[in-house]
Design a protein around this ligand. Structure first.
Ligand SMILES: Cc1cc2nc3c(=O)[nH]c(=O)nc-3n(C[C@H](O)[C@H](O)[C@H](O)COP(=O)(O)OP(=O)(O)OC[C@H]3O[C@@H](n4cnc5c(N)ncnc54)[C@H](O)[C@@H]3O)c2cc1C
Length: 475
């Protein structure tokens, strides 16, 4: 098992290198790991899932509202099925709450039958049109004035952090080399292999997959392609405290507009309620800050949807950047001559579609001359339980009896134990920062945002990092 964070890259020619360890790149690595190939997953930052994949609305979409006939519609539909099954197998927190697409005026009400028809054209025929009474019966805290809704029972909430981590963990255990702190620079394509310059030396690979998210257009240009330009589309979100959870049972969606899916109110698998996202086209690919205007517009929209939510305390705000392009569909292209596949424009559905995108990319690599050989079984993974709807370690007497570290709570807001933080720090893909611990355990993510537990979590992190440094120095 190989995860590297420093030092020279191995002096070998990989069969496939994947640039970018977001949910898409990690899913591709896992998919290809089912064959006897030498694979490198190369990530610029110090962790997997550290880009757009860490900051989204975490809905597993049925694909009911996709544009029929697009690649995105097909891959979202297929990805939904694949990830639902994979979550059950690996323990990724997932709750099939269902969504209500609420109509607030006559025009939106009139649009519901055509949305139901569109869902059917996308292969999803379980939608139900509800009248105003039925909507309010399902969601008693909904604001006044809802005229009806389209119910989409299959829409689910999922943990985006565990999803990427599960893919990466399974890939690494099956032999994929994960190179972190390894930004891909200039790329030279020869007759037999690509040479990718990185600060850690040259990476050589026969086949190349570009899953660099917001930067996929820039990598694409280095390969001589101009099919798309990424415009970062910011989505700001507000996370409300767990006391708000009783106010809402479904994912409450607006009727979609041309700019996207609009502002929703949704429970999270961690027991909070989120409000967002905004949709703002920017030109800075690093602009993940929140703005007063953005948050004010969310509060205004939220006040109509669920007025009591606005009286609840806010735990956190965050923003993610969608990799929007000038096209209305995913930009997944193969260049067989260069043994190269670009995976760009994975805008607001990439978490859901990730496993289907991976299967599609594996096929395209075949068109690029990759002979994967026979498929093999890879070891299943079981991820730590961080979802609120599932028994957590602090609740399990059997675990605590076997190991008292699971009975020592470090983060009291989220009830995260010393044992869970220790496990994360010694896992196959360990965190590279305190933020990485947060995404693996929920420590620091609660209402105090680390005010009380921050020092203890940091001490555990620094002790583990020092031990790791000593081991590496002895090698
Ligand atoms: C506000 C918001 C809400 C969303 N809601 C949902 C939702 O509810 N459901 C859903 O399915 N999807 C949702 N999405 C979309 C989903 O989050 C994305 O489609 C998905 O995370 C994209 O994953 P990725 O791997 O392509 O990109 P990223 O996660 O950005 O990964 C790309 C990686 O490439 C790395 N990289 C870039 N350049 C280089 C380089 N030169 N060398 C090495 N590494 C490099 C980056 O560091 C990054 O880690 C939402 C997105 C946003 C922003």
């Amino acid at each position: 098992m190989t995860v590297t964070t420093t030092g020279d890259l191995p002096d070998e020619v990989y069969d496939v290198a994947i640039i970018g360890a977001g949910v898409v790149g990690a899913a591709i690595a896992r998919e290809l790991a089912r064959y006897r190939l030498r694979i490198a997953l190369v990530e610029a930052s110090n962790d997997v899932g550290n880009g757009t994949s860490k900051a989204n609305t975490a809905i597993l979409h049925t694909g009911f509202d996709a544009t029929p006939g697009t690649l995105e519609a097909r891959l979202v539909r297929e990805g939904y099925q694949r990830l639902t099954a994979y979550a059950a197998e690996t323990g990724i927190p997932l709750e099939p709450l269902g969504a209500l697409l609420v109509a607030w005026d006559r025009e939106q009400l009139a649009a519901l039958p055509s949305l139901a028809e569109k869902a059917a054209r996308n292969g999803y025929d379980e939608t139900v049109i509800l009248d105003a009474d039925a909507v309010h019966a399902r969601e008693p805290h909904l604001g006044p004035g809802a005229l009806g809704a389209l119910e989409v029972p299959g829409e689910s909430i999922i943990c985006p952090w565990t999803t990427t981590l599960a893919y990466a963990t399974q890939a690494v255990r099956a032999g994929v080399d994960l190179h972190l702190n390894c930004p891909a620079g200039a790329i030279t394509t020869g007759a037999d292999h690509h040479e990718i310059a990185t600060p850690r030396g040259v990476l050589r690979t026969r086949h190349l997959v570009n899953a660099a998210g917001l930067y996929s257009d820039e990598i694409n240009r280095r390969l001589g392609h101009e099919e798309f330009t990424v415009t970062p589309r910011r989505g700001q979100l507000i996370v409300f405290d767990k006391f708000a959870r009783g106010l809402v049972d479904h994912i409450l969606l607006p009727v979609p507009t041309a700019l996207g899916k609009g502002v929703l109110v949704s429970p999270t698998v961690y027991g909070n309620v989120m409000l967002g996202p905004t949709a703002e086209d920017l030109d800075d690919k690093t602009a993940t800050g929140s703005s007063a205007d953005g948050l004010a517009s969310l509060r205004e929209k939220g006040a109509r949807i669920l007025p009591e939510l606005l009286e609840e305390e806010v735990t956190a705000v965050y923003a993610g950047l969608r990799a929007a392009t000038e096209h209305g569909d995913y930009q997944i292209h193969a260049d067989p001559g260069r043994r190269y596949v670009a995976v760009g424009g994975i805008r607001s559905t990439g978490l859901t579609a990730s496993m289907a995108i991976a299967a599609h990319v594996a096929e395209l690599l075949g068109d690029c001359g990759l002979d994967p050989g026979p498929e093999r079984e890879i070891e299943p993974v079981r991820m730590p339980t961080i979802g609120e709807a599932f028994p957590r370690p602090y609740q399990r007497a059997d675990l605590i009896a076997a190991d008292p570290a699971y009975g020592t709570v470090v983060c009291h807001c989220e009830r995260v134990t010393r044992g869970e933080i220790r496990d994360a720090l010694t896992a196959t893909v360990p965190p590279g920062s305190l933020d990485g611990i947060r995404r693996r355990t929920r420590a620091l993510a609660g209402r105090c945002q680390g005010f009380f537990c921050g020092a203890a979590v940091r001490a555990q992190f620094e002790a583990a990092t020092a031990a790791q440094d000593r081991t590496e120095a002895r090698r």
